[in-house]
Design a binder for this molecule. Sequence first.
Ligand code: KIV
Ligand code: ZN
Length: 497
Amino acid sequence: MNNRLFIFDTTLRDGEQVPGCQLNTVEKIEVAKALELLGVDILEAGFPISSPGDFQSVIELSKAVKKPVICALTRSVEKDIDVAADALRYAKRKRIHTGIGTSDVHIKYKFNSNREEIIERAVNAVKYAKKYVEDVEFYAEDAGRTDNEYLARVIEAVIKAGATVVNIPDTTGYCLPDEYGAKIRFLKENVKRIDKAIISTHCHNDLGMATANSVSGIINGARQVEVTINGIGERAGNTSLEEVVMTMKSRKHLNIETGINTHNIIRTSRLVSSLMNMPVQPNKSIVGRNAFAHSSGIHQDGVLKNRENYEIIDPLEVGIDESSIALTARSGRAALKHRLSLLGYELKQEALDAVYLKFLEMADRKKDIRDDDLELLVGSTNGERKKLKLEHLQVLCGSSTHPVATVSINYEGETLTKTSDGIGPIDASFNAIKSLVHYKFKLEEYLVQAITRGSDDPGKVHVQIENKGRYYYGFAANTDIVTASVEALIDALNRIV
Ligand code: KIV
Ligand code: ZN
């Protein structure tokens, strides 16, 4: 069997469906270029019928990246396919990804239909998409809960209609690895002309088994895997690219190769995390801050004696360069620029100047500037062109003081000030802001993280707010966590403005 595994990245489609993680077109282009450098084979650029923004993004991504196949999602609906084909008009290599739910639950409750009619709709959609493009991928939504015999009939019919790739999504993240693997094997063994199409996995992580299921699918014959950077995606997320790729790279006996340049994994992970305001959990495999950190004495001693005692992957392989030159107050712009580019940030001169000033301020206070610190500096300078800006914050708090905060914000040149109290300094500051802005919002999530080690380290704050049923994320970092909290809230409010 062919040992080349195609990497289908859906960070900008399934990943971007996460509430609050939406990117604008410029940001999507930045991510798409990073994915191209990483070496993904197929890039799912969006669901063009879903919104004018998605339609435009597919157009712009088709112009901006040339190496990967650009893919657009549709339902089994002719209008969707027309719009997708239109959005793909500039793509050098293009694919339409169409499909329909095949589980009994979907057939009954989503489509109020029956199995035969679903096969007919699936076949018609593939034939219709074939009028526009040669490369048509079919997805059998909720295949994880679809009866294997029926699934095989659907897949056989769509291959006959011209599907070049057949996607078997475990949409609800329900399968166990052996079940999912057996499903792929069943299709391999029972679908006529299965060799005419590539089988694809698309596993969600609701039970924490997305990577295990995808790997099991690959072992059983799938040769395309659908993944996102950092495993982002709706609910518990999708299969993470870095986990599957590094599994294939480090478990040589599987004899599977990908076209991924693994040295770009960390920088792509950080770029996606920062643009989407989606922190990576510290213990996340491969890309988490602690993934290669050995803290116990026994482990540290073992790694120093020989890295292989406790490390199955050399951090260098994923792009962690521990030997990179330390940045200090004496480092120049060029050194900063170089390190930022290793982290995935290509800043224009003006933005670089702003980050450099903040860098010098931080370097005055802190001897050792780490990559995490630099990311915070880039994040904090992003806010400089925003409509709402924090002008002044004064907080009174302490063990025997009722917390009171005075906040002044600048809204397009006008300074607005308010003093409020609360059950703590952050609550008091947020109350002041609530009475300053004229739109209603609800705080849905508030997270403070200490980044590195000392008490002089910046605290990183993420907030999520709800306004008129939409969710907005805000982020800020500061050595003063009350200021960071207020700046993060203002960042989120700026997204509404
Ligand atoms: O999870 C899923 O079933 C999907 C399909 C639309 C491919 O994302
Ligand atoms: Zn999905």
